[in-house]
Every structure is written in structure tokens, then in C-alpha cells.
Unconditional design. Sequence first.
Length: 348
Amino acid sequence: MHRRHLIYRTAICTLVLLGATAAFAKTPPKHTSTIGESVSKPPSELKPGEFIWHPEIAPEGPVVMIVSLPEQLAYVYRNGVVIGVATVSTGKKGHETPTGVFTILQKHADHYSNIYNAAPMPYMQRLTWEGVALHAGRLPGYPASHGCVRMPYEFARLLYAESSTGITVVVSDEKQFPSTVAHPGLFAPVDAEGDTATEPGAEGRFAWQPELATEGPVTILLTGDDRRVRVFRNGKQIGWSGYTLADPNRKLSFHVLTLLEEPPYDEKAAFSSRTAVPRWMAVSGQRTGETFSVDQILSAVKVPAAFLSDLGKVLSPGATLVVTQLAATGETTGVDMAVVTADPPASR
């Protein structure tokens, strides 16, 4: 009887402890933050609290974040290509956010400041042990924090789910960093370690350096205004090429496509066929599910045959192709990310 009573008391104590734990696992407060709104517009046109978020553009690869102090914007790149941009509020005068290359040291969704009167810091991702972090907060449209990088609540929540400790965060200005980093564009101007990335040198119209990254997901970025094709592998640019258009006046529509798996081949099956033409599928858009051949995608684009041959050696199912008219340079601070209105590639 005494043993039963002891088991009963132990069970009650366990339930009480579990209840207490649940009570302390609070939902991060929203009332202290600008909630934020996901929009489809160039980053240069974002208003305080607005953000862009399309992780499907690069489903895999290392994540790098650049916080631009001059622009009060945060850019998130995966596998070398921008997947999100958000308005931010950094440190005010006397409490400036330090510039440099940081890594996320700690994550805590429901964090309260140890320095500033237990101020709530939802979806906190720590950059320094001295109190600088990424977190949700108020966005008045100018630097207003005590050194942290405030983000819209919904963007902070989405970023928290996609990031992990150890990823690189660059806080940039125009004094310490070149303009390509202080005003980043479509492709990451830094590599996964935060070092400034430069295009590989080359003779002729293309460069190919697969040894810079020998494994990992591949993303191809084709931009219209600067007539460039860039290839990223595991966040590093391994090649680029210039190209020409069959119609010089043609503007490129925005597309996101992924390379499909080749179906199994069975010589005895009635409807099985082996094809040497890789097929791509639109990731999103009004005609989701439609597939396209390489010929259809490149029908209007002329790229050196040697570059295409090199590119084919690193492609595998799951590779991502992003097509956009805007240039991917440091002077370009935005891209129309309205993937839901993407048109299919033009056929011949």
C-alpha cells in the first residue's frame, strides 16, 4: 500500500513539473514588435515592417545573412542566391550595431534581455555575448535599437525556422566593406564564411572553377540586364558566363525551376523511355506542374557550348534555375520576387 502511495505521489509530482514547464514555455509576445507584412516588390521599395520571403528559390545549401546598415535592410541568401529581404532597425547613435562578420551563437524563441530591463526579444539569435542579436522588434523606419538588429515579427519567425547556430551574419557599412557588400544584390557578395566573394578570373567569355566547391546543391542564376549566367554550388560561385539573346530587345520573365529526376527505364515496359534531355519543372506560378526542356528554357539564350558542357557535369536532380531580368550586381538592390505571377519559359 505504501509503495502504491509512493508511485501515486511521484506521478502527481511529475504532472505538476510538466505543467510548470509548459507554463514557462510562453509564446513570444507580439505586442512589442512590428508584426510585418510579406510583399512582392523590389527591396529598395520596402516600407518599415515589409519583407520578402521565398525560400523555395534555393531549397538547399548554406545560409548567409547580410545586414546593410546604409539601407536598413537584411538580406538572406541560401546557396548563394537571395531568398529573403526585410526592413530592419539597427543601433541608434551611441549604441551603434557593430560591423563585421559574426556567427549565430545561440537561439532562443522566447528570450528576454539580461541587460535592458527584461525587454522581450522574440526569436532571438545571438551574434555576440555582449548583447548584440537578431530579434523581432519595433521598426520605426530608422536606427532605434540599443545595438541589436530588429526585424519584423513574422520575418524573424520565418528566419528562425530556416537558420541554425553557426551560420554567417555580416553587418556591413560603406566604410569597412565594399559597396557590393554594403548594398548587396541578387547573389551573395560574400561566401559561406563571410569572406568577400569575387568573380573568378577568366580569359574569354566564361569562367569555370568547379574545384571551389566539389559537392552540394547547385543553383543557376540567369540575369537579363547584365547578360550573365552564374552557377553556385553549396554557396560558392563556381562559374559564370556571358550570353546573348536571339532577340536583343526581349525582356526575361521571372522563373524558378527545379531539375527533375529521370524516371526509371525499363526496356520491357510499354511506356518507358530513356531521354537525354533533362526536364525542369516550375516551382511556382500560375501553371505549376508544367515541365520544360533545356531547349525550351535556352531557346532565346545563346551560351558558349563549352560552358554548357561544363555545367552539365555538375547538374543533378534538385538543382534550381532562377531567371530574372534584373542585374545581379551590387548596384542592384532589389528584385521583383513575385513568383506567383511567373510566366512559363517561351517555347521555340
